[in-house]
Design a protein around this ligand. Structure first.
Ligand SMILES: C[S@@+](CC[C@H](N)C(=O)[O-])C[C@H]1O[C@@H](n2cnc3c(N)ncnc32)[C@H](O)[C@@H]1O
Length: 614
């Protein structure tokens, strides 16, 4: 016999009961669990003439979310060489932070530079966490968020279905991120997004709005598991991967170069033109619409080519009668030139269970649930990124599968692929689902958050590759950056007004911030690639940072004199670059206004006009 619980004993909620009854009869009058009274009235035959009817996709908070993509970032990315691998040489980036703020910060440096973006965002299943953007101050919200585990170790935010804005919250989170992500893509760049049934329909509509419906290339079906759930009416065993191009026309014109290489089995015959196999000459499906119908060598059918072409091929020895049909020679060399991909990715090696097992082996433990399979992401890289220097971005990095896939793809194909991955230091709670991961962080002596797990995974991947390929010379390192508030107290965050903001700034360094922090903040302000190395030079006894082969010089020392400025000009002239560099000093680095003016005019005489001070 069941016990009478407190819930049973409380009085019956009549309103909730009525709402439930209404919902059963009029499901169309409910949106995100709430009654839409206008729709209810219409369902009952009462039409309002003024009700606007047009095709649109709308939800609570949409315009605010759109605005959010446009508000400037207020933070910066602080370099962490001590957590990085091969800091001085690597071009790969691991950025710890909320991806919205990070995407904003990356706009200047990486706009139009990224070949492929893959993301695997929270699917909004009700159990996974959806980042709560704070419209008022995004960065403040982030800094608060990173501390958001209560005294018992439970996480404070989630997006439960009962919250009333279930789909809206998710869409508000996704809209600004997709908008900013699209800006990063090259003209021939593409973006893949994994999703499941919970938000697939909304994601397609959102993606169409951000990228344009004409740029939707495909909704790929990815078989993700073999097992069956007994608690479902039909057990789902696939996810979707939604693919958008920045510009469908560009991709379409290059389509013969894209796709996956074909299976090259069965080319067992050989003639003077090389290895070949016979393939049927009839059109797809035999009586394919539009294929010519005629009789050749006594065989009647719908054929791939005209009778004239058939005869030419026959005369050249490329077509022959085999049994009751006609067959043509298909050469291995031609097969190698064709690349094709279909929309069903059904390969069992792409299962999530296999991915989990591999990750467990690499990490000596199982700190992350349901990672994507490396070969799944490698398949996407193989499709689109085959040039040296191609940049792959993943701003929902999770356990770091995309970074791992780039490394494996690079070593297998001896190709230079760069990655930029972003991951929130999402605190690991002590709830059952994350307990193992939290304890894993304790074991490796790191703070309890997901970013630590992914960094550890990438480090282990690099070490494994080094071990298995001792002669490999490719890039196995990564530079770590962390999202934080600006290093400069009074810095106006508006990128457009660089001059104003730089000149107005009063205090240079906040407590606890170093010169390298400032140097990288300037990288972002000036739109430089964060992978450029920072060289230091001693100029007239002072330290000068030089970036991008003499394109930016930064000196944060005091007592700047004309002698120093002349020595700096000499240094600049030692670089081949024709373009005049940009130079940044500290405002307080000049003893007097006259010294500052002197420096400015000496630099101007040398053709250096872009001179700023902090
Ligand atoms: C579904 S998981 C990605 C799993 C990943 N594909 C893998 O194979 O491991 C989504 C990840 O996005 C992270 N995330 C969620 N919101 C974020 C945000 N605003 N900024 C950065 N990362 C975020 C979560 O912490 C989570 O680890």
């Amino acid at each position: 016999m069941d016990k009478l619980t407190q819930a049973d004993a409380t009085s019956h909620d009549i309103v909730a009961d009525n709402i439930d009854k209404l919902k059963t009869i009029f499901p169309e009058a409910f949106t995100e669990g709430k009654i839409d009274f206008d729709v209810l009235k219409e369902t009952l035959g009462e039409y309002r003439e003024t009700r606007e009817e047009r095709y649109n996709f709308s939800w609570a908070g949409k315009s605010k979310a759109r605005r959010l993509a446009q508000t400037p970032a207020t933070g910066t990315l602080r370099p962490c060489p001590e957590e990085s691998v091969d800091w001085d040489t690597t071009e790969n980036l691991f950025i710890e932070g909320d991806n919205l703020e990070v995407l904003k910060l990356l706009q200047k440096s990486y706009q139009g530079k990224v070949k492929m973006i893959y993301i695997d965002p929270p699917y909004n299943t009700g159990k996974d966490f959806v980042y709560p953007d704070k419209y008022a101050d995004n960065l403040k919200g982030y800094l608060e968020f990173t501390k958001q585990v209560d005294g018992e170790g439970n996480k404070l935010s989630s997006n439960a279905e009962t919250g009333g804005r279930y789909h809206s919250n998710w869409l508000n989170m996704m809209l600004p991120r997709l908008t900013l992500a699209k800006n990063l893509l090259k003209d021939d760049g593409v973006m893949f997004i994994s999703i499941d049934d919970s938000e697939a329909a909304n994601l397609v509509k959102l993606g169409d709005e951000v990228f344009g419906e004409e740029n939707r290339i495909s909704l790929i079906c990815h078989k993700s598991r073999a097992s069956v759930s007994n608690d479902k009416i039909i057990s789902p065993n696939h996810n979707y991967i939604l693919l958008y191009a920045k510009n469908e026309r560009t991709i379409f014109n290059l389509r013969s170069k894209f796709g996956l290489p074909p299976e090259l089995d069965g080319f067992d015959e050989e003639d003077e033109n090389g290895q070949f196999k016979f393939v049927p000459v009839d059109g797809p499906g035999g009586a394919a619409k539009g294929n010519p119908h005629y009789t050749f060598l006594g065989v009647t059918g719908y054929w791939r080519f005209s009778e004239e072409t058939m005869k030419e091929k026959y005369d050249a020895g490329l077509v022959q009668k085999v049994g009751n049909g006609l067959q043509q020679k298909y050469y291995l060399e031609d097969a190698k030139k064709t690349r094709k991909t279909t929309t069903t990715w059904w390969d069992e090696k792409l299962y999530t269970s296999t991915a989990s097992a591999r990750l467990k082996q690499l990490m000596d433990g199982a700190p992350f649930n349901n990672p994507k399979h490396i070969d799944l992401i490698r398949k996407m890289i193989e499709l689109w990124c085959r040039n040296d220097g191609d940049i792959v971005v993943d701003f929902f990095a999770g356990s770091g599968t995309t970074a791992h896939s780039c490394l494996e793809q690079a070593v297998t194909n001896d190709q230079d692929i760069r990655y930029i991955v972003v991951q929130l230091p999402e605190p690991l709670a002590t709830e059952a689902s994350q307990k193992v991961a939290a304890e894993y962080c304790d074991r490796i002596g790191k703070p309890r958050n997901i970013a630590e797990l992914s960094k550890e995974r990438i480090r282990r991947t690099a070490a494994k590759i080094k071990d298995e390929h001792p002669d490999y010379k490719g890039d196995l390192g990564f530079k770590v950056f962390k999202l934080d508030s600006s290093n400069i107290e009074a810095w106006d965050s508006n990128d457009e007004n660089l001059e104003d903001s730089v000149l107005k700034a009063a205090n240079v360094l906040k407590d606890g911030r170093g010169e390298l922090d400032i140097v990288y903040e300037l990288f972002l302000k000036y739109g430089l690639d964060l992978s450029y190395s920072v060289n230091t030079h001693e100029v007239a006894g002072k330290q000068v940072y030089e970036i991008g082969a003499g394109s930016l010089f930064i000196c944060l020392e005091d007592h700047i004199t004309t002698d120093f400025v002349e020595a700096l000009i000499k240094l600049y002239k030692s670089f081949d670059d024709e373009a005049a560099p940009r130079v940044v000093f500290k405002d307080s680095g000049f003893k007097t206004d006259a010294a500052k003016k002197d420096a400015e005019s000496t630099l101007k005489d040398a053709g250096i006009l872009d001179v700023k001070c902090l």
